[in-house]
Design a binder for this molecule. Sequence first.
Ligand SMILES: NC(=O)c1ccc[n+]([C@@H]2O[C@H](COP(=O)([O-])OP(=O)(O)OC[C@H]3O[C@@H](n4cnc5c(N)ncnc54)[C@H](O)[C@@H]3O)[C@@H](O)[C@H]2O)c1
Ligand SMILES: O=C(O)C1=N[C@H](C(=O)O)CCC1
Length: 259
Amino acid sequence: MIRVIMHGCNGKMGQVISNLLKEDQEAEIVAGVDVSDHIQNEYPVFKNIAECDIEADVIIDFASVKAIEDLLNYSIEKQVPVVVCTTGLTEEQLAKIKKASEEVAVLRSANMSLGINMLMKLLQTAAQVLVPAGFDIEIVEKHHKLKLDAPSGTAIALADSINDSLDQRYDYQYDRSRELKRREKNEIGIQAVRGGTIVGEHEVIFAGIDEVIEFKHTAYTKAIFGKGAIQAAKFLAGKPAGFYDMSHVIEGNVQLNKT
Ligand SMILES: NC(=O)c1ccc[n+]([C@@H]2O[C@H](COP(=O)([O-])OP(=O)(O)OC[C@H]3O[C@@H](n4cnc5c(N)ncnc54)[C@H](O)[C@@H]3O)[C@@H](O)[C@H]2O)c1
Ligand SMILES: O=C(O)C1=N[C@H](C(=O)O)CCC1
């Protein structure tokens, strides 16, 4: 059995994963970490990861940007690989994650779903054909009203994936309300909508002269993120230090299915 520490166990995603792992034959939660104690769990829960004295093979993190430094310190000190799913991280925190991966296995992904990770690859192909033909790129994301960060980590990851295929030539425009001017050619507009219980929608719009191509991903339940995070945790347990993402997990599964 792979022993998991669930970081952010009493949040929405922490509880999705707690329920999924109850039925899992290969992995189990041995401890949780959460500042909130409004839920009774079948495993011990610590207020801060530094207090956790339970041995584990991997950590799954869906918590808060405020907890990232303690999480990385623990992961390095105890040599427990960590799957970082929390979004809204600063550039400085992202750099700390990369640095930590020199000492322990770290997998970070702003979106654990298969669909979004496949979409990133499709967008690179689309951008390479459509951008030279003069198409503009805009991203619109929609999420529930409880979400703290905006734009979503996924929207930024989709833009980054496009930008990687365009030699990093594009800047991101988050707010068009401040200046009276036309959009620049080399920008990707990113807009966030918040309301109700929307689980997650991402639309990537390639707008050309007289034609528009739209790629859309809709998450109908949070289980798609939970299942992806569990797959990632099983993949990462026992891995040597290094920086991993969901493409490694998906490629690993494709190889397994071939054999
Ligand atoms: N990568 C993905 O696929 C993906 C999918 C969904 C959500 N997310 C991200 O995961 C994070 C959590 O999402 P959620 O919907 O479960 O949020 P949530 O607010 O429901 O849960 C977060 C939990 O973390 C706890 N927490 C806050 N500060 C903490 C700290 N310092 N130490 C330990 N626990 C702490 C909170 O008490 C809460 O129970 C967000 O950043 C969200 O954007 C990522
Ligand atoms: O519900 C959330 O919060 C989500 N956050 C991630 C993001 O910011 O992209 C993934 C989708 C759901």
